[in-house]
Design a protein around this ligand. Structure first.
Ligand SMILES: [Fe+2]
Ligand SMILES: [Fe+2]
Length: 284
């Protein structure tokens, strides 16, 4: 049984060393200007949730900038709520007595997530007012079986992959505000380690959990599919459109149902599910 731990332990050890070298606090050092330039673009146009709607294309530049600012607020808010869930999950998992090296990295992981939430909250508080409401609720999850623990790791992995996709695009877009890029670049770096840990954990539980070998059951697959759907839905939060469109809920529905958006989401989801399949977990 001990041998099963080795890759996960080894990966945890490497990631703890990386994490110790990392200076996450540097994000808080200047420049955080008193206020942002009004012309500053806070989000990537290629990620805007309403980009494929005719209603968006006819907006003024100022309105588009407001939508982009709201999109960033929503993205940071999603991260803050998701990070609260991750922190809660890992605090429960710490009671499981995993090997020392694994536990040690989980502590780094939790402390990274606490930091990320601080950066995102600071940005929103300074420049954007208030956080948006979460579409999903943070809740305590069952850790009574390997199947349930695997479910938690898979959800964290999917959540972080989607978040990484957005951070990556924001960092690469030269039109995006420098501070936004800097925060996302650091996020990207740390999330890359989290995902490496997630992959090692998933591999471990896939090997250990019998039901995976027999074929993942329908309720597990449905649970993950529903989670992915809710996750995506949160990127179409009606609060993004307030102040620009008179019917934010209608715009949210139109954007979510837009065929190009469906293709976009399916492409990202497919890539993530493929990565899971490559580490031994087939969910479709
Ligand atoms: Fe994070
Ligand atoms: Fe993370």
């Amino acid at each position: 049984m001990k041998a099963l731990y080795s890759d996960w332990e080894q990966q945890s050890k490497t990631l703890s060393l990386t994490s110790e070298k990392n200076n996450s606090d540097s994000i808080f050092s200047p420049p955080w200007p008193m206020e942002l330039d009004k012309e500053s673009q806070l989000f990537s146009e290629g990620l805007v949730s309403v980009r494929d709607l005719h209603e968006y294309k006819t907006l003024t530049k100022k309105e588009k900038l407001l939508i982009m600012s709201n999109e960033l607020n929503n993205f940071f808010s999603i991260n803050i709520f998701g990070e609260s869930q991750v922190i809660l999950d890992f605090k429960s998992l710490l009671k499981k007595n995993y090997p020392h090296l694994v536990t040690e990295y989980i502590q780094h992981f939790v402390s990274d997530e606490i930091n990320h939430s601080k950066w995102f909250s600071k940005f929103i508080d300074l420049y954007q007012g208030k956080k948006f409401s979460p579409v999903f609720k943070v809740k305590k999850q069952e850790i009574d079986s390997d199947e349930n623990i695997l479910k938690i790791f898979v959800k964290i992995y999917i959540f972080e992959q989607i978040s990484l996709f957005y951070s990556n695009a924001l960092v690469r877009d030269r039109n995006v505000n420098e501070l936004v890029k800097r925060i996302n670049a650091q996020h990207l770096l740390e999330e890359t380690s989290h995902l490496a840990f997630g992959e090692a954990a998933i591999k471990y539980f896939v090997q250990k959990t019998e039901f995976v070998n027999k074929g993942v059951n329908l309720s597990f697959k449905k649970h993950i599919r529903d989670f992915i759907e809710t996750n995506w839905l949160s990127f179409y939060n009606p609060e993004i459109y307030v102040g620009v469109f008179s019917e934010p809920v209608k715009i949210s529905d139109l954007a979510f149902q837009n065929p190009k958006q469906l293709t976009f989401r399916n492409d990202v989801t497919r890539t993530i599910l493929k990565k899971l399949e490559n580490i031994g977990l087939r969910l479709n």
